[in-house]
Ligand binder design. Structure first.
Ligand SMILES: [Zn+2]
Length: 312
């Protein structure tokens, strides 16, 4: 393999969050590398993936239990055997949360722009065009308004499939507009985080989203509108450093990896072994970072209860 190809693969795996996977899992996965799509050129668009035959078998990365796509989907993409929460996208979360799966999508017309002419291993505009072609997503965050257990809720949900759920200017703008919408119509707000961190191709513009979003979210407090945060696997970098950790209620899915820098970076920096379960939701709950952990199958009921309590 040429040096450039190797670099490209490493870069892509960083974007896809593989660097956030513990070493022992990666080692284990190397034994069945045939199972993964490593080489470039094999790409399936999200739209096509949705048409995956229901009879196709999938293996749980945690307990190796094998079940059909249909069985997993019926179980909200939670392993029926070990409760491993598979990564899902915004469409799936909207379907899980909103009553009758009915909701209105908001601010879908905002798109990223390569205003810096940034080039890493490929130009940013090219990366954007490729991602738009591969997925049905416009950017790494989708916003929707609907009813949850009869109560209005606006949900902003990240998609890891769009450049690693990275926090760029579009995500920042969507959060600000969603917060304004919540203030105007007096509706509670939920952000579901699933991100590797800041979008490096937008450089300082990406970092500027931190004060921009936090300033606007603090207006929700002034208007006495609740803001909930749900951290899912993974919640990293700029998201953890800002809005994901500032909800009136901060929840997480079981076993989610949540942190600022990845475990390998920390391990190399402090030159010490990390405690067992480091950066997992259960560890964070114990250390007081989270209010509670919520199983995906109980998410709707928990959100309904919260909306009822906060309304009262
Ligand atoms: Zn499992």
């Amino acid at each position: 393999m040429s040096e450039l190809n190797k670099q490209l693969e490493e870069f892509e795996s960083t974007l896809s969050g593989e660097e956030l996977v513990p070493e022992e899992v990666l080692e284990e996965e190397q034994h069945r590398s045939w199972f993964r799509r490593r080489s470039k050129g094999i790409t399936t668009s999200t739209a096509e993936k949705k048409e995956t035959p229901d009879g196709l078998w999938l293996m749980c990365p945690s307990c190796k239990y094998t079940c059909t796509v249909l069985e997993l989907r019926d179980n909200l993409h939670v392993c029926p055997k070990c409760s491993h929460h598979h990564r899902i996208g915004s469409d799936e979360y909207f379907d899980i949360l909103f009553d009758e799966k009915e909701y209105t999508r908001l601010f879908d017309n905002i798109r990223s722009k390569d205003f810096l002419g940034f080039t890493d291993l490929k130009p940013y505009y090219k990366r954007l065009e490729e991602t738009w072609a591969k997925t049905t997503l416009n950017d790494s965050m989708s916003v929707a308004h609907g009813k949850v257990g009869g109560y209005d809720l606006v949900v902003s949900c990240m998609d890891f499939g769009f450049i690693g759920g990275s926090l760029g200017s579009v995500m920042g703008e969507k959060i600000v507009r969603a917060a304004d919408y919540c203030i105007e119509y007096r509706i509670p707000y939920l952000i579901i985080s699933k991100s590797g961190g800041a979008r490096m191709m937008e450089s300082a513009f990406s970092l500027m989203q931190l004060p921009k979003t936090l300033g606007r979210l603090s207006l929700l407090t002034d208007h006495k509108i609740p803001y909930f945060s749900l951290c899912t696997d993974p919640t990293f970098g700029g998201t953890t450093a800002s809005f994901s950790m500032l909800g009136d209620i901060i929840m997480a899915e079981p076993g989610a990896l949540i942190g600022f820098a990845g475990p390998r970076v920390i391990k190399e920096t402090i030159k010490r072994d990390l405690p067992k379960g480091f950066q997992r939701s259960e560890f964070l709950l114990e250390k007081g970072f989270l209010d509670f952990i919520v199983d995906r199958k109980e998410l709707k009921a928990k959100m309904t209860l919260l909306l009822m309590l906060f309304k009262g």
